[in-house]
Design a protein. Sequence first.
Length: 162
Amino acid sequence: MKPKKSWKEKLLDSKDLPKVVTASEKMSQRWGSGTFVIPAPIEVDEVMRQVPKGKLITINEIRAILARRHGVDHGCPLTTGIFAWIAAHAAEEEAAAGKKKITPYWRTLKSGGELNPKYPGGVKAQAQRLQAEGHTLLPGKGKKPPKVKEYEKFLVKIDDSR
């Protein structure tokens, strides 16, 4: 039996990515037509690392940055979200090993400024880190997670040229 990969190993495993694909009919109905980039995990992490203290970014903005970098219409929503989740777990793995400068994954929000319950420690841990950086949170409604109040004011502009 093969040993389980660490989160860092998963982050560094590009699996022949990035890859540009043309949207299928099913993808077009849900996400839009045209071309999509399926990014490498490390590309998502690299964008997340650029978000300074007190600033925020959404998964949708990461997708847009990656699409512009690759000269395509869209960034893949599914893999971008999964790779942000892997980056978050790799960051916590590094923190547990004593590393101080980790990917500030808690600054990456879902669309609409929502916190991500899939990040390490869930919304409670993400909320604590965001509040420590000065953000105010609004409670979630129903099954929706909490969100950052006026998150749009804190969105970072990242240079997407490379």
